[in-house]
Design a protein around this ligand. Sequence first.
Ligand code: PEP
Ligand code: MN
Length: 330
Amino acid sequence: MIIVMKLEATQADINNVEKELTNFGFDTHLIKGTNRLVIGAVGNPSLRENMPLERMAGVEKIVPIMKPFKLAGREMQPDNTVVEVKGIKIGGKEPVVVAGPCAVESREQLLEAAVGVKEAGASIIRGGAFKPRTSPYSFQGMEEEGLKILKEASELTGLPVVTEIIDERSTDLAKEYVDILQVGARNMQNFQLLKIVGQTGKPVILKRGMSATINEWLMAAEYVMSQGNYNIILCERGIRTFETATRNTLDLSAIPVVQSLSHLPIIADPSHASGSWKLVTPLARGAIACGAHGVMVEVHPNPKQALCDGRQSLSLENFKEMMQSLATIK
Ligand code: PEP
Ligand code: MN
């Protein structure tokens, strides 16, 4: 439920309401909107009958939340969340572009990609150091060595960096080196991992599971938020359908649907959605035209030699062209 506080509510009123909720076993979450403060209370609603909330000083009204995702939903927070990382705003008016290789393969490769995508206008650099691969025999990532290189790329360019984490150990390591943690499609319903990521307090890019409904995806966000971490960026990366012409099917309709249900920012990943570098620019244009807060694309200085996802990676030249093409969409 949501406890809407009166405009004139004092800090003491807020503290008292929070204390009362905690005593009855609710988790509380303070949300400051543009002109008023609300307290989100998540817990067993049947306990509510015995609570004198309406009579407490400073309380204007109590509103039940109908959706299963409480903290991620618009009911709790009507204003869009803007996640800010090193001065870059995700969820505001300007779309952001996250770019870089699928995996960190070497210092030279990552730094060349990082400098190149920055020059072309990217705002955030990506690079996988822990790769969840379909085959155990495929390249699994450079792990901590890769994280060090990502940190160097961030220092060199001044841009934030994101990397995927796959378990508790990689989360503990990555949180010391990077600005944003990514939960991949394969781990979207790894609830234990979602809680661990929530506890880090770091911004999170949460990819949609390849067979996840929008409801399941928002419940995954709810797991992270239940740990007090509200800095989540959702990422639509294509879902499994009967179509085989593309690697996945980019669900563009998810963008406005999520925006109607949730206040969280949403970006799209046309690289994993399509599996083909030639489709990346048209799909990125489509996502921005649909209102996405940004795109995440794979870029490699030499896609033919990439250790993973070369077929869907843009060269630096292709990336420049994509950026020019995106600039014409408003
Ligand atoms: C990735 O971004 O490198 C990745 C593995 O993506 P996904 O989890 O969407 O497959
Ligand atoms: Mn990839």
